[in-house]
Design a protein around this ligand. Structure first.
Ligand SMILES: Nc1ncnc2c1ncn2[C@@H]1O[C@H](COP(=O)(O)OP(=O)(O)OP(=O)(O)O)[C@@H](O)[C@H]1O
Ligand SMILES: [Mg+2]
Length: 850
C-alpha cells in the first residue's frame, strides 16, 4: 500500500484564505509513503505544479477513479476552475458509482463495496498525514486522492458567506450535489376509538354473540410519498391543514420510529444513521423556543458553542455568528433580548429568524423546517425564505412546509409537493403547475397565484366523496410521463455523482461547519492528530458543555433577579414571623413544646419554598428537548450545570433564614450550633430543590406539579416525627417515616438543640406543667413534690432537674441517628433526586413519533 500526501498552501487572489490541500493516495499493495509539499490549488489546475517534488504526481492524479465525474451532472463544468472545491480527476476505466472512496484500485469487487464512515475516512487522512513523515517513500502502483481543498474550515466567517452569497448554481463553481431521496413513505397510526381504554367485554355486546377482538383502526397519515430534494434547491411541502405536511417533514428528518415508517429515505443513496443525521442536519420547529433573556447575538453565540467543535477557535465562532447575523438580516436586532410576554424583545419575524439561525449555526447539509413562515407578514416571510434560498445555495438541501406561499415566495421555491390527506397530488417544479392543471382539465386563470389555485382546488375536491382521488391518479400518470423527460432535461442521472461520505468530506473541506466532523479537518490544518471518531455524538467534551451551559443559565438567572428576590423575600418573611412568634424561648416545659413547633414548621418551610424549582425546568423543558434532540449537549452536563447555577442562591437563602431565626428564638449551641443550623438548613434547601427538580422532570405540567409537591410535603411533615413519634407510628407506615425528607432535618435540629445533658428543661415543680396540677398554687405544688419525694425515697427538691435535653430526645424517639447522620442523609437525598432527575430526562425526552 502506498500512501502519498501532498500538503500545499497558497494564497489565492480570488479567495484570500489559505488553501490547504491534502492528497491522500492509497494503492493496492505495499506500504510506502510519500509527501509532496508546496503545491497550491491554482497551480495544480494547470496540471504541472503537482509534479513539484515528484514527477509521478500527474500519473496518479490520472488514476483517480474516486474523482471521476464524467458521468456526473457537473460533467460539462469539469474544466471551469473551481477554487477551493473538490477536484475531480478522470479515470476512464473505472466504474463510477461504487462508493469507492479510498479503495485500492485493483482490489477485488468485494472490497469495492466496502463503505467507510466519515470518521474512518478522516482517520485515514490523518494516518496518511502522520505516516508522511516517513522518508522511505516511493510511490508505486495506482493512487487515490482525497483533496481537502478550499478554505480551511477554520476560516468560516467571510468566506462562508461568500459561498452563501456568491456560490450556488450560477456561482463560481458547481456544487457537489446532495440528493435526499424518499421512496414510498407510508406511515399509519392506530386510531384510538372512543372508550377504547375499556376492554371489550363480552357482555357489552347484545345477543350473546362471541366478542371478537376488534382490529385497531389504522389511519394513514402518509400514503406512498416519493420524491427527492436536492442541494441548492428548496423543496416545499404544501397542503391544507391536516394534510400531513408536518408528518412528512418528521418522516424525512428521522423523527418517526423506524418500525412505524415504511419506505426509505436516503441521502446520496445511503440510508442515514441517526447520529450522522443529527450531525449533518437541522430541524427547525414551528415554535420559537429560545431563552427570553438572552440577546440575539448571545443566543447565536451559545448555539455556536454547542454545535461547533471545540477545535474551532472562539474567534472563528464569533465570526460565524456575525456572518449569520448578517445573513439572517438581524444586524439591527443583534443586541436586543429575545423577550417574552413580560419583557419586550425582538419582533416575531426576527425571533423566527433567530430560531432558524440557532439551528443552522453549524451550517447543516440538510435542513428541515416546519412552517418557517407561519405567523409572519408577507415581507418577513419572504425574507425568511430568501435566507433559506441562500442557505440552499451554499450547498444544503432545504425541505420545508409552507401554508400559502405568496407569488414572490413561490419564485424562490424549486420543487413543490402538494399533499392531500397524506397523498401526493402534485410533485414537481412550480413552473409546471399550469400545464399540470391544464392536463387535469382545470386550467389556472392567468391572474391567479398557482399555489392558491391548487390549494383551493384540492380543498374543493376534498369535500367530494371521492376526495382528491382523481387528482392523485392524474399526478401519478403525469409523473410517469414526466419522469424520462425530466431526466433528459436536467442531465442528471439516477444517482448523485458522489457517495455520501465523499460528498460530506468534500462539503467539509469547502468550509461547511458540520459539527463534530470538522474536528478532523481543523486538526489537519493545525497539525494535530485526527480523532479516531471524527463524527462524535457531541461536538464538545463534557466540561466545555458544562461551562457553556452554566454561563448561559447564569446570564439568564442574572437577568431575571425578581425570581430570586421573591424567594429571598419569602424566606425572610417566614423567618421574621417565626422569630417574632418564638421570640427568646425559655427552658421550660412550654418552651420545649414551642421549640418543637418551631423546628417542625421551620424545616418544612425549607421544602415549601423550594417548590419554585418546579417551573424552572418546566419552562426550559422544550428548549432542553430541542437542544438534546440534535445532541447539542449531554443530559448529564445539563443536570450538573443546572445544579451549579442554583447552588449559590441556596447558600444565601440558608444564611438569611438562620440569621433571622437562630438568635432571635434563642437556640442553643453557640457558634458551632449556629453553623450546624446553617448547614442543615442548606441541606434541606438542597434536598427540597432536588425533589422539586426531580418532579419537574416527571410531571410535565405546572398545574399538575404543584398539587403533587404540596401534598407530598404535607405527608413528609406528617411522618416526620413531630405529630407522631417514631415509636408510635403504626408498623405498616413506618417505611414512610424513613422516606420523609422532613424527618432528617427535624431530628438534626432537635439534636442540635437538646443534646446537652447539662441543660435542664423540667425542674422541680415544673413537672406539673402541662398537667391538671398546674393550676394548683405554688405552695401546694411544692408540698406535693415533697410528698412524692418522701414516698419514693428520692430527694426531689424544687431545683432538682427532672428532664435534661437527652431525656427529652429519648421521649420524642429522636435517638436512632446522630445529628451528623441526619445531615449527610439529607445531603444524600439531594444527590439522589438529581440522579433521578437525570434518569427521568434520559427516559422522558423521546423525540420521535411512534
Ligand atoms: N397520533 C395521531 N393519531 C391520529 N391522527 C393523527 C395523529 N398524529 C397526527 N394525526 C393526524 O394526521 C394528519 C396530519 O397531521 P400534520 O400535523 O402532518 O398536518 P399538517 O399538514 O402539518 O397540518 P398543519 O398545516 O395544520 O400544521 C392530521 O389530520 C392529524 O390530525
Ligand atoms: Mg403542521
Amino acid at each position: 500500500m502506498v500512501i502519498s500526501v501532498i500538503l500545499g498552501a497558497q494564497a489565492n487572489a480570488e479567495n484570500p484564505h489559505l488553501y490547504l490541500s491534502l492528497f491522500l493516495s492509497l494503492a493496492a499493495a505495499g506500504s510506502e509513503v510519500g509527501v509532496y509539499r508546496g503545491a497550491g490549488l491554482a497551480g495544480r489546475r494547470g496540471g504541472g505544479a503537482v509534479t513539484g517534488e515528484r514527477g509521478e504526481m500527474s500519473r496518479f492524479v490520472d488514476k483517480l477513479p474516486f474523482f471521476d465525474r464524467r458521468s456526473s451532472p457537473m460533467e460539462e463544468a469539469e474544466d471551469i476552475p473551481r477554487n477551493g472545491l473538490l477536484h475531480m480527476h478522470h479515470q476512464p476505466h473505472q466504474h463510477h458509482h461504487s462508493g469507492l472512496l479510498m479503495q485500492p484500485q485493483p482490489s477485488p469487487p468485494v472490497k469495492q463495496q466496502q463503505s467507510f464512515t466519515l470518521a474512518q475516512l478522516l482517520k485515514r487522512v490523518n494516518e496518511a498525514r502522520s505516516d508522511a513523515s516517513s522518508p522511505t517513500s516511493s510511490p508505486t502502483h495506482s493512487h487515490y486522492t482525497i483533496e481537502l481543498g478550499g478554505s480551511v474550515p477554520g476560516s468560516t466567517g467571510s468566506d462562508l458567506s461568500e459561498h452563501m452569497h456568491g456560490g450556488g448554481r450560477g456561482g463560481d463553481g458547481p456544487l457537489l450535489p446532495f440528493v435526499l431521496k424518499f421512496t414510498d413513505l407510508t406511515y399509519s397510526v392506530k386510531q384510538r376509538k372512543k372508550g377504547s381504554c375499556l376492554p371489550a367485554l363480552p357482555f357489552r355486546r347484545g345477543g350473546g354473540e362471541p366478542a371478537e377482538p376488534e382490529a385497531p383502526r389504522m389511519k394513514t397519515l402518509l400514503d406512498n410519498i416519493s420524491g427527492e430534494a436536492r442541494e441548492g434547491e428548496i423543496m416545499a411541502v404544501l397542503g391544507a391543514s391536516g394534510s400531513g405536511k408536518s408528518t412528512l417533514i418528521d418522516a424525512l428528518a428521522n423523527r418517526i420510529v423506524k418500525e412505524s415508517l415504511h419506505g426509505s429515505v436516503t441521502l446520496n443513496g445511503e440510508s442515514l444513521d441517526s447520529n450522522l443525521l443529527k450531525v449533518i442536519s437541522a430541524y427547525v420547529m414551528q415554535d420559537d423556543l429560545l431563552y427570553p433573556m438572552l440577546t440575539v447575538e448571545e443566543t447565536l453565540m451559545f448555539a455556536a458553542e454547542f454545535r461547533l467543535p471545540r477545535s474551532l477557535p472562539t474567534k472563528e465562532k464569533k465570526k460565524r455568528v456575525q456572518a449569520l447575523i448578517d445573513q439572517l438580516g438581524l444586524r439591527n436586532a443583534a443586541g436586543t433580548i429575545i423577550g417574552d410576554e413580560g419583557h419586550r424583545g425582538v419582533s416575531g419575524g426576527e425571533r423566527r429568524r433567530v430560531s432558524i439561525g440557532v439551528d443552522i449555526i453549524h451550517d447543516p447539509i440538510v435542513l428541515f423546517l416546519d412552517e418557517p413562515t407561519s405567523g409572519l407578514d408577507s415581507t418577513s416571510a419572504f425574507m425568511v425564505v430568501k435566507v433559506l434560498q441562500r442557505i440552499a445555495q451554499s450547498g444544503s438541501v432545504v425541505v420545508m412546509s409552507i401554508h400559502q406561499p405568496s407569488y414572490r415566495i413561490l419564485g424562490l421555491l424549486d420543487r413543490l409537493l402538494f399533499l392531500s390527506r397524506g397523498q401526493t397530488v402534485y410533485y414537481g417544479p412550480p413552473g409546471a403547475l399550469p400545464s399540470f392543471f391544464d392536463d387535469f382539465g382545470k386550467p389556472i386563470p392567468g391572474n391567479e397565484n398557482p399555489t392558491e389555485f391548487a390549494l383551493d382546488l384540492i380543498r374543493e375536491l376534498e369535500t367530494m366523496p371521492d376526495g382528491a382521488r382523481d387528482l392523485v391518479e392524474h399526478n401519478r400518470k403525469w409523473q410517469m410521463r414526466m419522469a424520462p423527460k425530466a431526466k433528459h432535461h436536467d442531465g442528471r442521472g439516477e444517482k448523485p455523482s458522489l457517495s455520501l461520505k465523499e460528498a460530506i468530506s468534500a462539503s467539509i473541506s469547502r468550509g461547511k461547519l458540520v459539527s463534530g466532523a470538522t474536528d478532523g479537518s481543523v486538526s489537519v490544518h493545525s497539525g494535530e492528530p485526527l480523532p479516531a471518531a471524527a463524527v462524535s455524538k457531541f461536538a464538545n467534551p463534557f466540561w466545555i458543555e458544562m461551562g457553556v451551559l452554566t454561563r448561559r443559565a447564569f446570564i439568564n438567572t442574572k437577568r431575571t433577579p425578581e425570581i430570586f428576590i421573591i424567594r429571598l423575600a419569602a424566606v425572610l418573611v417566614t423567618g421574621f414571623i417565626l422569630a417574632t412568634i418564638f421570640w427568646r424561648l425559655d427552658d421550660s416545659p412550654k418552651g420545649v413544646q414551642e421549640r418543637l413547633g418551631f423546628f417542625a414548621i421551620a424545616m418544612s418551610t425549607m421544602f415549601y419554598t423550594c417548590s419554585d424549582a418546579l417551573p424552572v425546568f418546566l419552562n426550559e423543558r422544550y428548549i432542553f428537548l430541542r437542544e438534546t434532540a440534535y445532541n447539542a449537549y449531554r443530559r448529564s452536563s445539563y443536570v450538573l450545570s443546572h445544579t451549579i447555577v442554583g447552588f449559590p442562591s441556596l447558600i444565601v437563602l440558608s444564611l438569611a433564614f438562620a440569621l433571622t431565626t437562630f438568635f432571635a428564638v434563642g437556640l442553643a449551641g453557640g457558634a458551632e450550633g449556629f453553623f450546624f443550623f446553617v448547614a442543615i438548613v442548606l441541606a434541606s434547601f438542597w434536598a427540597g430543590s432536588g425533589f422539586a427538580t426531580f418532579l419537574s422532570g416527571v410531571v410535565t405540567n405546572v398545574m399538575l406539579g404543584y398539587p403533587v409537591v404540596v401534598s407530598t410535603l404535607a405527608y413528609f411533615l406528617l411522618f416526620s416525627g413531630f405529630f407522631i413519634n417514631r415509636d408510635r407510628i403504626p408498623r405498616y407506615w413506618i417505611w414512610f417515616h424513613y422516606l420523609s425528607l422532613v424527618k432528617y432535618p427535624y431530628e438534626a435540629v432537635m439534636q442540635n438543640e437538646f443534646s446537652d445533658p447539662g441543660r435542664c428543661f423540667v425542674r422541680g415543680v415544673q413537672m406539673f406543667d402541662n398537667t391538671p396540677l398546674a393550676a394548683l398554687p405554688g405552695v401546694l405544688k411544692v408540698r406535693v413534690l415533697r410528698a412524692m419525694s418522701q414516698s419514693l425515697g428520692v430527694d426531689i427538691g424544687t431545683a432538682t432537674c427532672i428532664t435534661t435535653g437527652p431525656d427529652f430526645l429519648a421521649q420524642q424517639a429522636v435517638t436512632d441517628l446522630t445529628k451528623w447522620d441526619c445531615l449527610w442523609i439529607t445531603v444524600a437525598w439531594g444527590f439522589l433526586f438529581r440522579i433521578l432527575f437525570y434518569i427521568s430526562l434520559l427516559l422522558g425526552s423521546r423525540n420521535k413519533r411512534r
